[in-house]
Design a protein. Structure first.
Length: 272
């Protein structure tokens, strides 16, 4: 019995409210005023909305890179970055000889974080939203001091935040931030900033992140985290701890991240 064939690809383009950019290249690329950031993030957002409303149903194909480049008057790099965002969010995947196929709807996806360099941490911050619920200072407990290789009772800057996909309904994680007390004044900057915390540290304090240490472990969600994440108590989760050091070995930032297992996937590429 012959193998089932994928459904025929629809030659459907991402439409602008006025003209088809593939036919009128003199028209500037459509930009969604509600979406901030680079052009590829805006394109990814438009494609995501098109998937959500059924323009591209499950198992259908997106337009080719060439078609999107022609319509939107952008480079192949821009289109590839937009598709990479959708792939990271679990919405599409590459299928040999079939192109880019829609594999899930926005409300059904889990977030996939691919980290191969410090630059990818910046991209992760660009693709998601950080909502602070607390910013202040705490005195380190013995357990916290052990994590930070610091002294118990020492004052550190402390923040709690929920991370969501842009326009996402549910949180994909909760983060507890411990920042070196020498970063005076960063508390006010955090609530106004939409970028990665380490980027804020480098720019505002003229410091350079030289090394990031990361640990990943499986956990069961405790009651407080489960309540904040709208998840079941003791359901599976992923804990990712990251330490950011400058070139002298000084710890500047420690991020303790908890993710529900059904909303977050961690992907790493290792080249030999």
């Amino acid at each position: 019995m012959p193998a089932p064939q994928p459904p025929p690809r629809k030659r459907v383009f991402v439409k602008t409210p006025t003209k088809d950019l593939a036919k009128d290249k003199s028209t500037p690329p459509h930009r969604n005023p509600k979406v901030e950031g680079p052009r590829y993030i805006q394109i990814a957002d438009d494609l995501k909305k098109a998937i959500s409303i059924g323009t591209y149903p499950l198992n259908s194909q997106l337009p080719t890179e060439f078609e999107l480049c022609e319509q939107l008057n952008v480079s192949r790099f821009t289109v590839r970055e937009a598709i990479r965002i959708l792939s990271t969010q679990g919405l599409v995947h590459r299928r040999p000889r079939s192109g880019t196929v829609v594999s899930a709807l926005p409300d059904e996806t889990r977030y996939t974080q691919g980290i191969n360099s410090i630059r990818d941490l910046f991209q992760y911050a660009q693709n998601t939203v950080f909502q602070y619920s607390y910013v202040g200072r705490i005195q380190l407990s013995k357990d916290q001091a052990r994590l930070l290789s610091a002294d118990a009772g020492q004052d550190w800057i402390y923040a709690i935040a929920l991370r969501k996909e842009k326009e996402g309904k549910k949180s994909i994680g909760i983060t507890r931030l411990f920042l070196n007390p020498e970063l005076t004044g960063i508390e006010k900057m955090l609530r106004k900033s939409k970028e990665a915390v380490y980027v804020l540290i480098e720019r505002e304090f003229k410091l350079k992140i030289d090394r990031v240490e990361q640990e990943i472990e499986a956990v069961l969600l405790e009651a407080d985290d489960a309540a904040n994440l709208d998840a079941q108590v003791h359901s599976p989760g992923l804990r990712i701890k990251r330490k950011y050091f400058d070139k002298t070995g000084r710890l500047l930032e420690f991020a303790d991240n908890i993710h529900p297992a059904d909303r977050f996937t961690y992907k790493m590429l290792l080249n030999r």
